[in-house]
Design a protein around this ligand. Sequence first.
Ligand code: ADP
Length: 306
Amino acid sequence: MEYIVRTHDLCKAFNGDSAVSNVNLNIRKGEIYGLLGPNGAGKSTIMKLILNLLKPTQGVIEIFNQTLTDTSYELFKRMHAIIEYPIFYEKLTAKENLDFHCEYMGYHNKKDIKTALELVNLKNIDNKAVKNFSLGMKQRLGIARAVITKPELLILDEPVNGLDPVGIIEIRDLLEKLNKEYGITILISSHILAEIEQIADTIGVMNNGYLVDEVSMEFIRENNAEYIEIETSHARQAAYILDSKLKINNFKVLDAKKIRIYETDRPQNEIYKTLVSNDIPIQSINTKTASLEDHFLSLIGGGENV
Ligand code: ADP
């Protein structure tokens, strides 16, 4: 098994208060690793430690099989991160921002800028200043900037925070593409189980600074049924559309705001678009695994967002 990142008894305290305690994390080459845990669990701190933005109080970090030190410049060149929201020159266009980035990084293959913008599906934005971009567009531009220098490891802290369901699906599809087609290993964090379980190959569950579980989704899926869950303020009307327009029969209206569809081979995009075009507002749409939620709630003790 080849690992991209491993931590050994990693600890970080701020003024004597533990934020990360004895974490042994194992991120395999080529996978999407999801760090899941409530706010304050220590996810960002771990990412900052891996990026050498913070120094461990104790423990060792190995990246690409080498121990991380202050002078691991060669290792840092092989990864890219977006911690919190990506920052741009707001008055400049996407292309101008990427031009600047390439200059700064000493990377001169300008053709790759066009490829990166195409990759993240940013179109017709030649004359648009970044300040007029939606949050989803900015996130995608951040990812374009991240992939331009072809990192082997991409680290994203809560990349879908604040996005609407379409934006979430777009980022998810994009990350899957980067992972499958470009072979980029991805470390992503979220406090929302549904977001992580959609995309991750392995989930590391954080609580109170501890890594309380590290489990592969394959292992979890082996024994559990999947379903698509839709949250909407118009569950009854949505049920009518599912039945009449999409010919989906195998679903259950759980309450006035929640529907579960057990035909998981139907694309979420198709369901989402059909409902929205029939004036049904959608708060979220996610594929979920039946007992995964119970499993994580038992580990985390019922954090309200997980
Ligand atoms: P998460 O990313 O899971 O929301 P964080 O890693 O941001 O969690 O925070 C973990 C804990 O460490 C929290 O209790 C937070 O208040 C604390 N913490 C994070 N950064 C600092 C800092 N620079 N100074 C003091 N405490 C911090």
